[in-house]
Design a binder for this molecule. Sequence first.
Ligand SMILES: Cc1cc2nc3c(=O)[nH]c(=O)nc-3n(C[C@H](O)[C@H](O)[C@H](O)COP(=O)(O)OP(=O)(O)OC[C@H]3O[C@@H](n4cnc5c(N)ncnc54)[C@H](O)[C@@H]3O)c2cc1C
Length: 361
Amino acid sequence: MGLHKSRWNEGMHDYLILGQGLAGSLLAWQLVNAGARVLVIDNGHRSASSRVAAGLINPLAGMRFNAAAETAEWLASMRTTYAAIAEAMRASPYLHEIPMQRLLRSPQQRRFWERQQANPVARPYLGRPLAPEAFDPGIRAPHGGFEQRSTGYVDLPRLLDDLRTWLKSMQAIEQAEVHYPDIVTSPEAVSVGPHRARHLLCCEGYRMQQNPWFADLPLQPDKGELLRLESERPLCRHIINGAHWLIPLQAGGYRFGSTHEHRQIDNLATDAARDALQQGLQALLVDGADIRVSEHTAGVRPATSDRHPMLGTHANDRRLHLFNGFGARGALTIPWYGIRMREYLLAQRPLPAQADIKRFA
Ligand SMILES: Cc1cc2nc3c(=O)[nH]c(=O)nc-3n(C[C@H](O)[C@H](O)[C@H](O)COP(=O)(O)OP(=O)(O)OC[C@H]3O[C@@H](n4cnc5c(N)ncnc54)[C@H](O)[C@@H]3O)c2cc1C
């Protein structure tokens, strides 16, 4: 493997973390701040979906606008975690809260919205109904829609870069590809090449499919592609969310996405997805002329069969743990689950049952 032994990393760590995507980064943040000795090993984000993700925060999921029971807690943890990191890094906020205009895709879908009005978990995020002409100028919304609250996006690339710099300042990150045969566990410790620790936390995103200890868990990788757009004229003020979403970025430009592909799992941007996205954009905008695509990226969401994350300890090896499976909603949920995982590891608190990998036993 590509790990080089150096003086600083000799000796025992409390935790080795495999992967510095959002999951590995926020878990490292929790554990270091609790006083643990941590070393993160990452291959330079070679397959990081966190670098590709739009970081959209949307408490109401899918066509039926479902809200999970934990939504309010997810939002609270997300706000405090991203704010605390920005303060510690002396950085401008990573989280940009921007209200959303949600399009109804058909008259039938209005029923789902009406049903959620009676749901106390979803109701706080539902704003007023919107007639087609109440959308931002230039947005085509033939079936109207509604306003949504507690939405926004997280600037994930900048967050990951800053956390990497922070880890480097503590000599707590190593850039290397980990090959699974180089992971050796014993009753006393786990070693990854020259590095030893009491525990290994696996946070390698969709590549956990290759991890021999956890590969049998039902991950359902979901490839996605998105575009970055530039336009001389404003396209929207709100986040627009229908069949696709359009996010106005703080730094200028827009993100437009995304696609879902379950058969061809890789990080390659394709012409077919670009065409599909451009058709989606034409359907959303009254006038799609003069819009330039400045970037087209692809990544793989670590989605799971039951749409809940996968957290916990290997059934036969108490030194190996998993913190993964955050699917399409990592920016919203990882901060809360990072706290739960820290409490599980350091204080032996039970994990939330819906996310504990024991459910697959
Ligand atoms: C197109 C697209 C759009 C998305 N949009 C959103 C969105 O709007 N909002 C949202 O919340 N989520 C979104 N997501 C999902 C989001 O990316 C994930 O929920 C989250 O980022 C997953 O983080 P992770 O740390 O688990 O995985 P990753 O970000 O994939 O991180 C894993 C890390 O481990 C490294 N690694 C893997 N194997 C090894 C190895 N053997 N050795 C060394 N390093 C290794 C990888 O290179 C990577 O750096 C989107 C994803 C995609 C693909």
